[in-house]
Ligand binder design. Structure first.
Ligand code: FAD
Length: 356
């Protein structure tokens, strides 16, 4: 039997799990992502500090960090996946907003956050640095367009696995109702500060301050005091190393602060967030690298609001067009996983006609 060719736009968790399931069932799957790598909001920033004779490379998880264990199909899937090494269980010391500290059982991808999607996309045709701008449905199937030029062959079906505000552009010519509903979804932004303190070995005298980094008694701190909502110590998660001469934090601003300052420049946001980080740490740090990243679409404010159907994905079998993502699946990583997985299973039962 001739199995359909399917293009998936977006290599975050939703698109990657959808691609993995379809590919495992024998479909000819090709994934396109606008970024240079995969993972989407499962993101790790690599930085190089060259203050010494040997430049040091550090990696900081600046999108979703550790996520808590749950129950149900996603948790079972993670437990199975842990055998491959793509994810590992991790129980950080979490200090909650009341000041209580406890071990919180959860998961991280390893050795970095995109590793989970890289694992799922093994053996799947992948094109990165491909920002798809439009979809055209012709007699031979779906064409994906960049700069008014078709990329790749025609496909029997297309899955749009990108955040709703970005999906609107691709969907509106073919499924205007989906596009209108996606447009109505409110996405929360998140300003994120990455801050590294310390001195590299061999670069002269390490600073006294950086050598005396105390054990703060917590690995993740949640706060309601000021712009920052969560601090996550870096380099201590499974698979990561930071070197003994550095310590680093990723600090996520609250949805309210991020919304109020969404259009600020990085130059404006960075000192404010750094000051807030300094306030939450017990002693002054010798910062050697600080940088901010603005996530314009970090999480859906109210997943499934805005009139979208109470289902985890959308699929038009006549057109061979589908869409998935965290915003449809109930939010967060679990929502992304359910949405991508459910769409793939649905598509396999209602297979699109092959054009080629
Ligand atoms: C700072 C932060 C903290 C978070 N914390 C948590 C948490 O604690 N717990 C939790 O469960 N979730 C958390 N999340 C949310 C979680 O990361 C997301 O819900 C999940 O990763 C979304 O997966 P996705 O596949 O739906 O979308 P994405 O990961 O956004 O993937 C979409 C992909 O599509 C690509 N793309 C977009 N437009 C195009 C285009 N035109 N052409 C080609 N490619 C395109 C993007 O490059 C991206 O790779 C957090 C997110 C952020 C940013």
């Amino acid at each position: 039997m001739h199995l359909p060719s399917i293009a998936i736009i977006g290599a975050g968790l939703a698109g990657s799990v959808c691609a993995h399931t379809l590919s495992a069932a024998g479909c000819r799957v090709t994934v396109f992502d606008k970024s240079r790598g995969v993972g989407g909001r499962m993101a790790t920033r690599r930085i190089e500090l060259d203050r010494g004779p040997d430049p040091t490379r550090l990696s900081l998880d600046h999108g979703v960090g550790w996520w808590p264990s749950g129950s149900g199909a996603f948790e079972t899937w993670l437990q199975d996946l842990a055998r491959t090494g793509a994810v590992a269980s991790w129980a950080p010391r979490l200090r909650d907003t009341s000041g209580a500290v406890y071990r919180a059982k959860g998961w991280v991808a390893q050795p970095d956050m995109p590793a989970l999607c890289r694992h799922l996309l093994q053996g799947v045709a992948l094109h990165t640095a491909c920002p798809i701008e439009a979809l055209v449905r012709g007699p031979r199937g779906w064409q994906l367009i960049i700069a008014e030029v078709a990329v790749g062959p025609a496909f029997d079906a297309v899955v749009v696995a990108i955040p709703p505000a970005q999906a609107v552009t691709l969907l509106q010519a073919h499924q205007p109702t989906w596009a209108v509903k996606a447009q109505a979804l409110d996405m929360l932004g998140c300003w994120t500060l990455m801050a590294v303190a310390g001195s590299p070995a061999g670069a002269g005298q390490p600073s006294a301050k950086s050598q005396a980094v105390p054990d703060l008694g917590w690995d993740i701190l949640d706060s309601t005091d000021g712009p920052l909502m969560r601090l996550s110590r870096q380099g201590i998660q499974p698979g990561r190393t930071l070197g003994t001469n550095y310590c680093a934090w990723v600090a996520h601003a609250s949805p309210g602060w991020s919304r109020a300052h969404l259009e600020d420049s990085p130059e404006t946001a960075r000192p404010v967030l750094l000051q807030a980080l300094n306030k939450l740490l017990p002693s002054p740090m010798d910062w050697v690298h600080t940088v901010v990243h603005r996530w314009r679409y970090a999480q859906a404010a109210a997943p499934r609001a805005g009139g979208l159907q109470q289902q985890t994905h959308m699929w038009d079998s006549a057109a061979g067009l589908g869409t998935c993502g965290d915003h449809l699946g109930g939010g967060g990583l679990e929502g992304a996983w359910h949405s991508g997985q459910d769409l793939a299973l649905h598509l396999l039962t209602k297979r699109p006609p092959t054009q080629s």
